[in-house]
Design a protein around this ligand. Structure first.
Ligand SMILES: Nc1ccn([C@@H]2O[C@H](COP(=O)(O)O)[C@@H](O)[C@H]2O)c(=O)n1
Length: 621
């Protein structure tokens, strides 16, 4: 069953953290088909929604809150000579947004930030807002030295089609991990700037406070409060991002904020009715697939009218780029799904189990011919793995999705096994505080605070906790649901028809998800894993090679020194083990082990969500 959107006088369709998933989710295993709409489908959806808004005589704005690339082939699989996101940004630009703002992933590498400024921002027709982010560059007008440029606009003021005055801001969290040449101002300082104070003086019908930061526990309240000092009752619509969750929060009677997930899985909806007294807000999280798009656009029963010419062209142009870049090239066929965090780590469907006990021993343990006779172990941080690996063709695109980092394999040779074998438990050791564990995972100094890590952009713990909450709630309700189902056959049938997906509980009234799902199970995984020792008759005094990712080299060295006093290890003892990075492990494995598997994966996840005869759609007359 799909839940209808509640329209108001003004609504925002919101996207965030697309991370390169412009081709949509292409696998057939659930929940992927729920998110099978691609950028062309999204473009068609937006066109229909804009028409619908016009027909209803209301306003509809389209907002994106950053992190456009890093995470899938169409952004990251670019040929040499280009910049990450350069081509995918061109597809993004084919849908005209009313406001956009910058994410931290646009700022890790100077050339990406500069390319955003030079090539992408001009396509947004003055609607890219980076209130607290600047990039410096040799003066473009030939002046001496460097000039600091606001990446977009500090703020925007515009009028909607319906004549409402909007003041828009685009604020990034207090990010400290930007490349040199890029500066991010703390939002707490930004609100004291003369330009900010000036920009918010004028009365608007609404403030559109966009930004790449979570809507709770970050600095949106700082900005809301600064606006409130001048405009106690003007409506503020807040659109956030960064932590990849679906979330909604009420700041005060006149403002509401939403965060709209990640990876082109979720399209957020925030609507508002202007009233003489207190505005009313509504929010929804739309599953990004053609069925849901057609349903909300009022076309569930007119599927032939859904695709626009422009939308179809975007899809075919993206497919062409994917073909040119070989993104659908299959390294082999995965015989089953491997889940990152859906099953315990000892389960045969665990990606971490598979990587540790099959992939690393097959492709890394044996990869250095000069160390052939020496036993070894391979240690990896599980944070290096980013997504499920689904049954079917394992493509070049999947390579960027599942294991995207280019962390190299290094080793320390001739470590007595009695010490080497203890490294993993020490790495996973002190579980007293999750923060400690995460600090270790990041390879940073023990003194570094949680706040510092957050400021560097690390937020995966927020998404994980959100998934865990959904699972815990689902498990708690299972008993009650079973009892209900016994009494009510219809409820049982409805529950049986649910697919896996997000089951959001946020802080706003009513249901948020537009589709009723069964929560995806969640199991936590250790921070680090180690492959079995190779070789035979390895005893405590046998010397072995300890192989690990360069990302955690410092930690391994420190731990080895804590375990023994015979040798003082330093980073000088660390050497490259092979030419591979963690991004290479599944392609190598697939070529060696899966290449012979038959492919029966020619259909697409989109087929699961045909909009023809949409049985679960209703309400579209
Ligand atoms: N080169 C890298 C960079 C990061 N990681 C892992 O990613 C985690 C940070 O993830 P966020 O989603 O919070 O940005 C970090 O803790 C590492 O586990 C990596 O493995 N290699």
């Amino acid at each position: 069953m799909l839940r209808e959107l509640v329209w108001g006088d003004l609504q925002v369709l919101h996207l965030t953290d697309v991370h390169g998933w412009y081709q949509g989710h292409m696998k057939k295993s659930y929940p992927e088909p729920n998110y099978s709409g691609d950028w062309g489908d999204f473009a068609s959806f937006v066109t229909h929604m804009r028409h619908l808004a016009k027909k209803k005589g209301v306003d509809l704005l389209l907002v994106d809150t950053g992190d456009l690339h890093d995470g899938a082939g169409l952004s990251d699989g670019y040929p040499a000579g280009q910049v990450d996101g350069q081509v995918s940004n061109q597809f993004h630009a084919r849908v005209q947004f009313d406001m956009l703002t910058v994410g931290n992933h646009e700022l890790y590498k100077y050339e990406v930030g500069w390319n955003t400024y030079q090539e992408f921002v001009p396509t947004t027709k003055g609607r890219y807002v980076s209130s607290n982010v600047n990039i410096s560059h040799a003066d473009l007008n030939g002046g001496a030295g460097n000039t600091s440029y606001v990446i977009g606009e500090r703020f925007v003021k515009f009028q909607t089609d319906g004549g409402r005055n909007v003041t828009g801001l685009g604020v990034l969290f207090n990010f400290t991990g930007a490349d040199s040449g890029i500066t991010v101002q703390d939002p707490a300082k930004m609100v004291l700037e003369p330009w900010f104070i000036d920009a918010i003086q004028e009365e608007s019908d609404v403030f559109l406070l966009t930004g790449h930061m979570p809507v709770r526990k970050d600095q949106f309240p700082t900005v809301v409060n600064a606006i409130r000092k001048v405009h106690p009752t003007t409506p503020i619509m807040v659109l956030g991002g960064h932590s990849h969750i679906r979330d909604c929060i009420i700041y005060d009677k006149y403002s509401m904020g939403i965060e709209s997930g990640r990876y082109l899985e979720t399209i957020g909806w925030l609507s508002m009715n202007f009233t003489d007294d207190v505005p009313t807000f509504n929010r929804s999280y739309i599953d990004a697939n053609r069925r849901n798009y057609a349903f909300h656009a009022g076309l569930a029963h007119h599927p032939d009218k859904f695709d626009t010419k422009a939308g179809k062209k975007i899809t075919s142009d993206m497919n062409q780029v994917a073909e040119n870049w070989n993104l659908s090239m299959s390294y082999g066929t995965a015989p089953q799904d491997y889940y990152l965090q859906r099953v315990p780590v000892n389960d045969s469907s665990s990606l971490i189990n598979f990587m540790t006990n099959k992939v690393l021993p097959t492709v890394i343990s044996t990869s250095n011919p000069n160390r052939n006779g020496t036993p070894n172990i391979v240690i990896a941080n599980t944070g290096s793995q980013r997504f499920d690996l689904y049954a079917g063709d394992f493509t070049k695109n999947d390579q960027y999705i599942v294991s995207p980092f280019t962390d190299a394999f290094q080793y320390i040779k001739n470590v007595p096994y009695k010490y080497a074998s203890q490294v993993i438990s020490k790495l996973n050791g002190d579980k007293t505080a999750q923060a400690t564990s995460r600090r270790r995972d990041l390879g940073v100094d023990d003194e570094q605070s949680e706040e510092e890590l957050y400021a560097q952009g690390h937020v995966s713990h927020i998404y994980n906790r959100w998934m865990q909450d959904q699972h815990v709630r689902a498990t708690a309700h299972t008993e009650a649901a079973r009892d209900l189902a016994k009494l009510d056959a219809r409820a049982a049938a409805a529950a049986a028809n649910r697919t896996l997906g997000y089951v959001t509980k946020d802080s706003c009234p009513g249901y948020g998800d537009d589709t009723v799902h069964t929560a995806i199970p969640y199991a936590s995984v250790p921070d680090y894993v180690q492959s079995p020792v190779t070789g035979q008759n390895v005893t405590g005094n046998t010397t072995i090679d300890v192989i690990f990712l360069d990302f955690i080299a410092k930690n391994v060295v420190r731990i080895l020194n804590g375990l023994q006093t015979e040798k003082n290890y330093t980073l000088d003892d660390v050497a490259a083990y092979n030419q591979y990075t963690i991004q290479d492990i599944y392609p190598l494995y697939a070529e060696q082990v899966w290449a012979g598997n038959a492919t029966n994966n020619t259909s697409s996840s989109k087929e699961a969500f045909t909009i023809f005869n949409c049985a679960s759609c209703h309400g579209n007359k």
